[in-house]
Design a protein around this ligand. Structure first.
Ligand SMILES: [Zn+2]
Ligand SMILES: [Zn+2]
Length: 272
């Protein structure tokens, strides 16, 4: 059994050139019979000085039309699901609610934090004038704000993705430093019947950890978290399903018996 990859990007995303045919072919080659493509849409993405051309907009009509055509041509042997990765910011939450209400075409919605204080942590300028620890804390605070004030999603994605950036070899990140804020984040997610994802992207980002890391994954389970999807965050076809063997072992080790899939935003538990 291989998990269906529930976090994938195609050339509809500003930061990917992946052709959908190649994505499907790679997924089939890796033994998958279903995947969910989740292209980026970051509403009101700010102008980032290092990359002013990046907008992370998404042509919704064309995206839905194209994926639906693929979906129909692939059925019944291959089950293509249509997802989206929505970047949240405190000032876009209401508008994102309206967006989801007015665009009922998705099987699955990942919400994520990409921008904090109008800056992208991908670039070093995010950490200018603050310590790395403070930069990390601000990111987690914005996630807590989002999960406390926003419900139009199925899973909140790559929760400790900020750890990909602002790394300090002399003073490595200690998950215990932010256990309290993660407890708050998970309580909101669980109480509202939402879930998280196990994102294997960190395994090929020279980080050697999934998002979230094992300590936070365990905490989620201990607090009663059950809803979890598995995704590679692949931006190229060769990365599809990357590290899913690691993900499987980690889920079992942390006590999960199921992984989740979504169709028309309806949750299904599947035995690992
Ligand atoms: Zn993301
Ligand atoms: Zn992504």
């Amino acid at each position: 059994m291989i998990f269906p990859d529930y976090h994938l990007h195609s050339s509809f995303s500003d930061d990917s050139d992946a052709n959908i045919k190649d994505i499907i072919q790679s997924a089939k080659h890796k033994g998958m019979t279903s995947i969910c493509i989740t292209d980026h849409y970051d509403m009101d993405f700010p102008v980032i000085k290092e990359a002013p051309e990046m907008k992370f907009d998404l042509d919704i009509p064309s995206y839905i039309k194209t994926l639906n055509e693929f979906k129909q041509s692939l059925a019944p042997d291959f089950d293509l699901r249509i997802g989206i990765e929505l970047g949240t910011m405190p000032n876009t939450l209401d508008k994102l609610n309206d967006f989801v209400k007015n665009n009922p075409y998705f099987d699955f919605i990942i919400a994520n934090t990409h921008i904090v204080d109008n800056m992208d942590p991908y670039y070093p300028s995010y950490f200018e004038g603050r310590s790395i620890r403070e930069g990390h804390r601000r990111y987690f605070e914005d996630e807590l704000y989002a999960v406390s004030n926003y419900d139009s999603y199925d899973v909140y994605g790559h929760l400790d993705y900020i750890l990909r950036y602002g790394r300090d070899s002399k003073n490595p990140f200690n998950p215990m430093d932010f256990m309290n804020i993660f407890e708050e984040i998970f309580k909101q997610i669980i109480t509202k019947g939402k879930g998280i994802e196990l994102n294997t992207g960190g395994l090929y980002k020279d980080l050697s950890q999934t998002h979230p890391c094992k300590d936070y994954l365990k905490l989620y389970k201990e607090l009663g978290g059950e809803i979890i999807t598995v995704g590679s965050d692949a931006h190229s076809p060769d990365r599809i399903g990357y590290g899913f063997d690691v993900a499987r072992d980690l889920l079992l080790e942390c006590g999960f018996k199921y992984y989740c899939t979504f169709k028309n935003r309806v949750l299904k538990f599947n035995t690992i």
